[in-house]
Design a protein around this ligand. Structure first.
Ligand SMILES: [Fe+2]
Ligand SMILES: [Fe+2]
Length: 132
């Protein structure tokens, strides 16, 4: 886990491939928060990132037979559902939920990274130390 903003990123868990995803998620959320020219593109990039990020962690869990895989996977699925719903509302002309998405996701991510992802990383390091 480590100190905030130390090492490879504030949400590092000590498995390089997961840490890279966590840095990328921070970047995607920062881009979304900045707004910029096309929020739809930023939102689509976030959705694309989350699909890859979660699929990667879920593949690691399946490979290592991680005991909390189902619970961890359900949390990923509910986040995908929220982002998909915000995309749907944006397409329907409702931009209000979009403004709340990045701050809410940052709050969620801090808890998820230091809880579920850190537990997964600890399990991976213990069961296959070379993965770190
Ligand atoms: Fe993660
Ligand atoms: Fe996760």
């Amino acid at each position: 886990m480590g100190e905030p903003n130390s090492g490879t990123g504030g949400y590092a868990v000590g498995i390089a491939s997961i840490d890279a995803m966590h840095v990328e998620l921070e970047e995607r959320l920062a881009a979304l928060q900045e707004g910029g020219a096309d929020v739809r593109l930023a939102l689509a990039a976030l959705q694309d990132h989350l699909q890859r990020h979660f699929a990667h962690e879920e593949a690691l869990m399946a490979e290592a037979d991680f005991p909390m895989a189902a619970c961890h996977g359900r949390e990923h699925a509910s986040v995908i559902e929220v982002v998909t719903e915000v995309q749907r509302l944006l397409e329907a002309g409702d931009e209000a939920p979009l403004g709340r998405l990045a701050p809410a996701m940052l709050e969620w991510f801090a808890v998820h990274a230091s809880g579920m992802d850190a537990a997964l990383a600890a399990y991976l390091k213990q069961s296959a130390p070379t993965a770190a």
